[in-house]
Design a protein around this ligand. Structure first.
Ligand code: ADP
Ligand code: MG
Length: 233
């Protein structure tokens, strides 16, 4: 079963007197443990696709299923809890709170309903270890490099044990070496946590680390046949 499944998804924005189709009949399935690269020109709809997959924006038509749940009929409250339980999102800018340490960034955004704080702290420390920041648990954002801040961002997205990990241009603000390390980390995280990962990128040189590459153009997605069949690459 795909962890993320989009069927004939369309997203329209009002555009003066007419409408703009940011997504136009998009089909995509991503299985657990599969890492999908998403490329395409600026304005082609990549971020719109992630927003819809993240259930942050409802599509104008079509179906978004997360871990087997069709989200179409869910209330906003149900969508919010599904998102907390199943979806991790990493944006280009880490958006960390300046006064908090790395471990606190993870704890504050965690959503273990009713679980003791000690468990959250333990998991946060484990995840920071996974992303290579074990020795920097207590550093604040200004004491971390850009690459390290993006690692905190990725660890934070994993706190809720997501089935789907959505990543929008994670390397846009980083140099080449740091960028490569971040994409390698996303590969490792996808394997280790069996997330269905979609990464928007314009760094085509890192695409060999993914299992499949989908291309967006004018709101339409073209996906290689193997991905459509849900076969892990
Ligand atoms: P990409 O991430 O590939 O650059 P986007 O998904 O951001 O593309 O944008 C796709 C299209 O939708 C663009 O034409 C953009 O201007 C438009 N768009 C994106 N967000 C909005 C919005 N909130 N309101 C209106 N139009 C939008
Ligand atoms: Mg974008």
């Amino acid at each position: 079963m795909p962890a993320l499944h989009l069927v004939n998804v369309t997203l329209e924005y009002p555009d003066g007197e007419s409408t703009l189709k940011a997504l136009d009949g998009v089909n995509l399935r991503v299985d657990p443990g599969s890492f999908c690269g998403l490329v395409g020109p600026s304005g082609s709809g990549k971020s719109s696709l992630l927003a819809v997959a993240a259930t942050l924006v409802r599509p104008s038509s079509g179906i978004v299923s997360i871990d087997g749940t069709d989200t179409t009929g869910l209330t906003d409250a149900e969508l919010t809890s599904l998102r907390r339980e199943k979806i991790g999102v990493v944006f280009q800018q880490p958006n960390l709170l300046p006064s908090l340490t790395a471990v606190e960034q993870l704890i504050i955004s965690h959503h273990f309903s009713g679980k003791p704080a000690a468990a959250a702290r333990r998991r946060a420390a484990e995840l920071l270890d996974v992303v290579g920041l074990g020795p920097s648990l207590n550093k604040r954002p200004h004491q971390l490099s850009g690459g390290q801040r993006q690692r905190v961002n990725i660890a934070r997205a994993l706190m809720g044990q997501p089935r789907v990990l959505l990543v929008d241009e994670p390397t846009a603000a980083l140099d080449h070496e740091r960028s490569q390390e971040i994409v390698q980390l996303l590969r490792r995280v996808t394997d280790e946590f069996e997330t269905a990962t979609v990464m928007v990128t314009h760094d085509t040189e890192f695409l060999p680390l993914t299992d499949s590459v989908a291309t967006m153009r004018d709101g339409r997605l073209s996906v290689p046949a193997l991905t459509e069949a849900g076969i892990k690459g």
